[in-house]
Design a binder for this molecule. Structure first.
Ligand code: FMN
Length: 479
């Protein structure tokens, strides 16, 4: 056949006839091949507005994985798993985000042992039977040329609780017996494990102290889950060390009163998470992230973090000073990115909620531990806000959670607002023609100072802006 050349409008290399709707090689059924990752910058020679792209859309490469932009999806529990297996809900949830151009997706807190689930319907990876349902999601995301990782977790003393909406319904109905999932509710209240036998608060299960045998087995369980991640094909692993779950409980003098090598001094308290992180680093070649709580937010309640200088145990609770020392150790052992969250280990916490309220912690760590990448998270809801965080060097990537649930198209809308042209999914490109208009570089909206005006075939950014809601004012307890 005569080879006819066609230059696609998206600036890709010429396609040769016959012009077929090409399929993703190796995918189990027909899936159209995306010419380039969804949400990645279109070539600047065809789209001059991309000559000096906003940092939000600059790719970032971590251990050979090239994330095509810096808008990362934060882990979000869905309380919708079946015996730890992700379900159709998870497939649709992640698949929909993968179609919308997020630079990275992340599967929610996934328990490495059954008693490490927050609720009975949490996702797990403690058994080989769970692999297939994870793989179905990962294969689809990869088929779309996206990237997806997983947050591995152990809920510690905050395990065996009811899903948030079940708690709400129970409380609305007059129940004041706490949040514990009892046996008849699928829970395991007598097998909840923490560093010490201290409950998070009276509404939570009363934990048993982790024995040294439990700790030894636990390390192996993390490694087994990581082996399963390899079989599934996850692009990265995040260790959940935040929000008052097991590793946060271990590092924190509030919840760790042990007298063995895993309690007492700062070095002893950080020992278990460091040992697990080190073992995972040795077993996993890909990007390895660590999510931590940088503060317990207890200064207003208990005074300074370092309360009794010179005393044997000089730390009153967990805060940014110990976090900084801890992050330096994580960086040393090869953690690639620290995902900086906060709170969750003490119900007396006084969180100062405002847009980007956790950013000062991220910025502090970025300044003091330069050899690790930093992710900022928490009430990041606007494209200019997200981009400014990166342009000002306060973090390397941003992670969003609730805004995604309100506005799944945020990456493409952000590109439009910041004046960049990125690839929509081929199946959806007719809805994004207003973004993929070619403009001269000089016509590009100013994206560095928050002002943007992009007009194309349809729509104006001002109309779009009106759709976005103001940031939430109430911050509920984070999973
Ligand atoms: C529905 C929901 C589920 C969440 N589940 C997790 C989780 O599995 N692991 C985790 O570390 N954080 C979890 N979080 C916290 C988010 O990852 C994020 O840190 C927090 O919501 C603040 O970001 P945002 O203001 O963009 O929502 C969850 C948040 C929401 C709203």
């Amino acid at each position: 056949m005569t080879q006819i050349k066609s230059t696609p409008t998206n600036g890709q290399a010429p396609i040769l006839a016959p012009f077929v709707n090409e399929r993703v090689p190796g995918y189990h059924e027909f899936l159209p091949l995306q010419p380039q990752p969804i949400g990645s910058l279109l070539p600047a020679d065809k789209f001059p507005q991309n000559e000096d792209p906003p940092k939000l859309f600059e790719p970032i490469e971590i251990r050979g994985v090239k994330f095509h932009n810096r808008l990362f999806v934060a882990p979000m529990c869905m309380y919708s798993a079946d015996e730890g297996k992700p379900t159709d809900h998870h497939f649709v949830h992640h698949g929909s985000m993968a179609m919308r151009g997020w630079g990275s997706l992340m599967v929610e807190a996934t328990a490495v042992v059954p008693e490490g689930r927050i609720t009975p319907q949490d996702v797990g990876l403690w058994d080989d039977s769970q692999i297939t349902s994870h793989k179905r999601i990962v294969d689809y995301v990869h088929g779309l040329r996206g990237h997806i990782g997983i947050q591995l977790a152990h809920a510690g003393r905050k395990a065996s609780t009811l899903a948030p909406w079940v708690q709400r319904i129970a409380e609305d109905g007059g129940w004041n017996g706490g949040v514990v999932a009892r046996e008849e509710e699928g829970g395991w209240p007598s097998n909840v494990v923490g560093p010490s036998p201290i409950a998070f608060d009276p509404k939570y299960p009363h934990p048993v102290e982790a024995s040294s045998e439990y700790i030894a087995d636990l390390k192996q369980s993390w490694l087994n889950a990581v082996e399963r991640c390899k079989q599934i094909g996850y692009d990265f692993v995040e260790i959940h060390g935040a929000h008052g779950y097991l590793f946060h409980e271990f590092v924190d003098p509030i919840s760790n009163k042990r007298t063995d090598q895993y309690g007492g001094s700062f070095e002893n308290r950080i020992r278990l998470p460091l040992e697990v992180a080190k073992a995972i680093r040795a077993a996993w070649d890909g990007p390895l992230f660590y999510r931590l709580s940088a503060s317990d937010w207890l200064e207003d309640v208990l005074g300074p973090e370092k309360a009794y200088p010179g005393q044997k145990e000089e730390w009153a609770f967990w805060g940014i000073q110990q976090t900084t020392l801890f992050v330096a150790k994580l960086a040393e052992l090869g953690i690639d990115l620290v995902d900086v969250s906060s709170g969750g280990n003490d119900s007396r916490q006084k969180i100062k909620v405002q847009p980007a309220y956790q950013l000062p912690f991220a910025e502090h760590l970025k300044k003091h531990v330069p050899n690790v990448l930093i992710g900022a998270v928490g009430i990041i809801t606007e494209p200019t806000q997200a981009n400014d965080i990166l342009e000002q060097g306060k973090a390397d990537v941003v992670l969003l959670a609730r805004q995604i649930l309100r506005d799944i198209d945020f990456p493409l809308e952000a590109a439009l607002e910041l004046g960049a042209a990125v690839a929509p999914a081929v199946q959806y490109e007719r809805a994004w023609s207003r973004m993929v208009v070619k403009r001269e570089h000089t016509e590009a909206p100013v994206h560095h100072n928050g002002i943007s005006e992009v007009e194309g075939e349809e729509g104006r950014s001002s109309e779009r802006k009106a759709k976005r809601q103001p940031p939430p004012v109430v911050h509920q307890s984070v999973p």
